[in-house]
Design a protein around this ligand. Structure first.
Ligand code: ADP
Length: 251
């Protein structure tokens, strides 16, 4: 069976004051369907914003942000649990930091856990453990974490579900004439070094971290697909039907 990593951003999973239940349910249903065809690892952002639905702490203060993440991680997982229960899918929570990839010993431990998880037909849900770590032990965004997860678990593909249809020739939020790029085989230095442009107050990455994730995987001969997580039509077409209509394939 092929293996895929699906990464979903905060903006897809949460609205200002709530978990975006309907969107999450659509995602859960797509993942359940995809599991018939692939071994799926879900990398889910959204702990900090889910925490904010419960307590209104100031996320710009580092310790408060960690507290938000610690509150939000259980809010997030309990929502996933309720929704995956509908489909009888058992989930597991795996929290990682950059250190989990810093040696062969560490990556082996992680690989073994993932392999055993699949053996028992469990869906692993991965997030960054940003609670007890120092800033230099963190990826800081789940785009690059998910690229590492994809590479080290031998996944064939990383799918990033974002608030945008794909990668455009310029930021479509500033330029209404921006055109989507269907295929990307090469990224230029200036694309990888542009300023960060996360779209919401809880998003940490913006397009740059997605491009860095793509570059990391392309360097290793793997593919990444960036598409819309609000409307999962392109993701479903791509994953289930093998059709690439919308969305950007980095290859
Ligand atoms: P997520 O929460 O899904 O990780 P982000 O807000 O971090 O999403 O990143 C996606 C945002 O990046 C888009 O909404 C868009 O505003 C911005 N962006 C900047 N340049 C581009 C570009 N060339 N193509 C697509 N999106 C871009």
């Amino acid at each position: 069976m092929k293996r895929v990593v699906i990464k979903v951003g905060s903006s897809v999973l949460t609205e200002t004051t709530n978990i975006a239940e309907e969107r999450m349910l659509c995602l859960v249903s797509l993942i359940t369907e995809a599991r018939k065809k692939y071994e799926v690892i879900l990398v889910s952002s959204g702990a900090v914003s889910a925490g904010y639905t419960a307590v209104k702490l100031n996320r710009t203060i580092p310790t408060s942000k960690k507290v938000l993440a610690s509150v939000g991680q259980s809010v997030l997982m309990s929502s996933y649990k309720n929704m995956f229960d509908i489909y009888d899918v058992t989930i597991s929570q795996i929290l990682l930091t950059e250190e989990d990839f810093d040696s062969k010993v560490h990556t082996r431990i992680f690989q073994d856990i993932i392999d055993r998880t699949f053996k028992h037909d469990i869906l692993p849900i991965v997030n960054e453990n940003d609670i007890s770590t120092t800033p230099d032990q963190l990826f800081g965004d789940n785009d690059q974490l998910s690229a590492h997860v994809a590479y080290y678990t031998g996944a064939d593909m990383l799918i990033i579900l974002s608030d945008i249809d794909g990668y455009y020739d310029s930021n479509p939020k500033d330029n209404p004439k921006a055109k989507i790029r269907k295929f990307v085989t090469e990224l230029k230095e200036e694309e990888l070094n542009q300023v960060h442009t996360p779209n919401s107050q809880f998003a940490t990455g913006g397009i740059v971290t997605k491009l860095k994730a793509a570059q990391y995987l392309m360097d290793k001969g793997r593919e990444m697909f960036l598409c819309n997580g609000y409307d999962l039509t392109s993701a479903r077409e791509f994953l289930i039907d093998g059709v690439h209509n919308k969305g950007t394939l980095f290859t």
